[in-house]
Design a protein around this ligand. Structure first.
Ligand code: HEM
Length: 491
C-alpha cells in the first residue's frame, strides 16, 4: 500500500505545501484564480510544474487516488497533448459531483449531464463527434445567421442611451438566447422564464468553489440548491426531447441530433446521451462567447484608435445594416480584433486532461490518473511569436501566421472546438451591430479576470451606453483589478 503510494508520486517540480490543508488550499486557489497562481508557478519553476510537490491534489480527475496535478504551457506541449488523444483523456466536468455521492438518486442526472463530448474518449469520442458534426456544418451554421440578427436587434433595441449596463450580463443574455434558440428551436430566455433561471443556476454553480468545497446535500447549502435545480432541469429537458421526438426537424441542433444515425451501425443517440450533448454544447457555447465579447468590448474601450478604425471598416462595408454571410468575410479588421482579444484574454484558458495510462510527459514519468492542465492563455503569449505579448495589437495579425499549436483559443487536434465557426459568426454579428449603433463607455472600476473553465469578468463590466458619437477617448483609463497584471494598456 505504502509502496504503491510512493510509486504513484509525481516528480514534476512544484511548491511544497503543508500536509494538513495544503493540497485542498492549492486546489481552491487554482479554481479561484487559475491564471494568477499558474503565472507565479511558471515563473518560479518553468513551463511544466506540479500544483504541489509530490502530487496529492485533485481538481477534476475521476480517479479517487489521483496522483496529482501538472500545469504546463507552450506550443510543443499543446502538440504533445492534443495529438495523443488516446493517452490524454477528457473527463466529464461534473464527475466531482456524481463521484461524491454516487449512491444518491439526486446525483443521478450528473451521470449524463455535461458528459457529452467532454466525457467520451477514443472510439466513442470519434463516433459521437461524427454524429454531431452535421449540426455544426458550415451551411447549417449559416442558417442561424437570421436568428442571431433578430435576437441581437431585439436586445439592442432595449438599451437606453445614458444608462449604465453590466456588459457581461447583456452578452450572457444575448448568447443564452441565441444558444437556446439554435439548440432547442425556442427562445426560452426572452422573458427570463423558469427554464432560463434553471440553466443559469445549474450551469453557473456546478464548478463553483462553494459547491466543490462543501458538497453537502443539506437544505441551505449551495450543493443542495444545485441538486434541486439539476433534478428540475433534467425533467424539463426530457420533456423537450420527447416533444421533439414527436415533431419535425425545425432546423435546431436538437432536431438534428435526434435524427443523427451512425452510418455503419445505424445506432442513434439515447435520451441520456442527448441530454449530455445538449448540456455540453450549451455550457461550452454560451458563456465562452459572452466573455469573449465582453473582453473585446473592454479592450476596444481602452484602445480608441483601434475602435475608430474598426467603426470605419464596419460603416464602410455594412452602412449600418447587419452583416450578411458574404459580408462577414469582408471585415478583416473585425476578424483581427477578435483574434487578438482571444489571444490576450483567452476565453477558455485551459485544456484539462487526465492521463489514461502511465506515460512520459515532457521528460517526466507520470502515472495513470494524473491530471494535466495545459495553458492556452500562456501559450498564446509566447514572446518569441508575439512581440509585447501583453499588449492588444490587432494589426500584428497582418504579419504573423502562428501554427494551430502556437495560437489555439479553440484548442487543436481531434478535440478542437466543434462550435468555432458558430462562435466566430455570432461574435462578429453582435459586435458589428452593437458598435455601429452604440459606443460603450468604460467606467472606472476593478476588472478581475478569473476562472478555470472560462476566463470570466468576475464582477461583470459596467459600461455607459452612448450614441455612436465616435468620442472614443471618453472612458479611457480608470482600470484597476487583476486585469492590469494581464494586459499592458497604452500610456
Ligand atoms: C469564443 C467562444 C468559444 C471558445 C473560446 C471555445 C473554446 C473551446 C476549447 C478551447 C475547446 C477544447 C477544450 C478542451 O479540449 O479542453 C472547446 C471544445 C468544445 N466546444 Fe468550444 N469554444 C467556444 C464556443 C463554442 C460554441 C459556440 C460551441 C457550440 C455551439 C462550442 C462547443 C464546443 C464543444 C461541444 C466542445 C467539445 C469538443 C470535443 O471534445 O470534441 N464552443 N471549445
Amino acid at each position: 500500500m505504502i509502496a504503491n503510494t510512493i510509486e504513484r508520486k509525481i516528480t514534476v517540480p512544484g511548491p511544497r505545501v503543508s500536509p494538513l490543508f495544503g493540497h485542498i488550499t492549492q486546489v481552491l486557489n487554482f479554481v479561484g484564480d487559475s491564471i494568477k497562481l499558474s503565472s507565479q508557478l511558471f515563473e518560479k519553476y518553468g513551463s511544466v510544474v506540479a500544483l504541489a510537490e509530490g502530487g496529492g491534489t485533485n481538481v477534476y480527475s475521476p480517479y479517487p487516488n489521483c496522483p496529482g496535478t501538472v500545469l504546463a504551457k507552450g506550443a510543443d506541449i499543446i502538440r504533445e497533448v492534443t495529438s495523443q488523444h488516446d493517452i490524454y483523456h477528457k473527463c466529464p466536468l461534473t464527475g466531482h459531483i456524481y463521484r461524491k455521492r454516487n449512491n444518491s438518486t439526486r446525483t443521478q442526472p450528473f451521470r449524463h449531464f455535461l458528459v457529452g463530448l467532454f466525457g467520451v474518449n477514443g472510439a466513442d469520442h470519434r463516433q459521437h463527434r461524427q454524429l454531431l458534426m452535421p449540426a455544426f456544418h458550415k451551411s447549417r451554421i449559416e442558417a442561424y445567421r437570421d436568428e442571431m440578427v433578430v435576437i441581437t436587434e431585439s436586445e439592442l433595441e432595449k438599451l437606453q442611451v445614458g444608462e449604465v449596463i453590466d456588459t457581461l450580463e447583456l452578452m450572457r443574455r444575448l448568447t443564452m438566447r441565441i444558444a437556446t434558440k439554435t439548440l432547442f428551436g425556442m427562445d426560452f430566455s426572452e422573458n427570463g422564464g423558469r427554464f432560463a433561471t434553471l440553466l443559469k443556476e445549474v450551469f453557473g454553480k456546478f464548478a463553483s468553489p462553494e459547491v466543490l468545497g462543501l458538497p453537502f446535500d443539506i437544505p441551505g447549502f449551495p450543493y443542495h440548491k444545485l441538486l434541486n435545480g439539476m433534478v428540475e432541469l433534467d425533467s424539463t429537458m426530457r420533456g423537450i426531447i420527447q416533444q421533439k421526438r414527436n415533431g419535425i426537424d425545425k432546423g435546431d441542433v436538437l432536431s438534428m441530433l435526434i435524427q443523427a444515425r451512425d452510418a455503419e451501425t445505424g445506432v442513434t443517440l439515447t435520451d441520456d446521451e442527448l441530454l449530455g450533448h445538449l448540456g455540453v454544447i450549451y455550457a461550452a457555447g454560451h458563456d465562452t462567447s459572452a466573455n469573449a465579447l465582453t473582453w473585446t468590448l473592454f479592450l476596444l474601450s481602452q484602445h480608441p484608435q483601434v475602435a475608430a478604425d474598426l467603426l470605419d471598416e464596419l460603416d464602410g462595408v455594412l452602412h449600418g445594416v447587419a452583416p450578411s454571410i458574404e459580408q462577414l468575410q469582408q471585415l478583416p479588421l473585425l476578424e483581427r480584433v477578435i483574434k487578438e482579444s482571444m489571444r490576450v484574454l483567452s476565453p477558455v484558458p485551459w485544456n484539462g486532461r487526465v492521463i489514461s495510462q502511465d506515460t512520459t510527459f515532457s521528460g517526466y514519468d507520470l502515472p495513470k490518473g494524473t491530471e494535466v492542465f495545459v495553458s492556452i492563455y500562456h501559450t498564446n503569449r509566447a514572446p518569441e511569436i508575439y512581440s509585447e505579448p501583453e499588449r492588444f495589437i490587432p494589426q500584428r495579425w497582418e504579419q504573423i501566421q502562428p501554427s494551430i499549436y502556437e495560437y489555439n483559443p479553440f484548442s487543436a487536434g481531434s478535440r478542437v472546438c466543434i462550435g468555432a465557426g458558430f462562435a466566430m459568426m455570432e461574435i462578429k454579428i453582435i459586435l458589428a451591430m452593437l458598435l455601429m449603433r452604440y459606443r460603450l463607455e468604460f467606467l472606472p472600476q476593478q476588472v478581475n479576470a478569473k476562472g478555470l473553465i472560462v476566463l470570466c469578468a468576475e464582477n461583470g463590466l459596467s459600461m455607459r451606453v452612448c450614441e455612436q458619437d465616435r468620442e472614443f477617448n471618453r472612458g479611457l483609463g480608470g482600470v484597476s483589478g487583476n486585469v492590469r497584471q494581464m494586459v499592458k494598456f497604452p500610456d
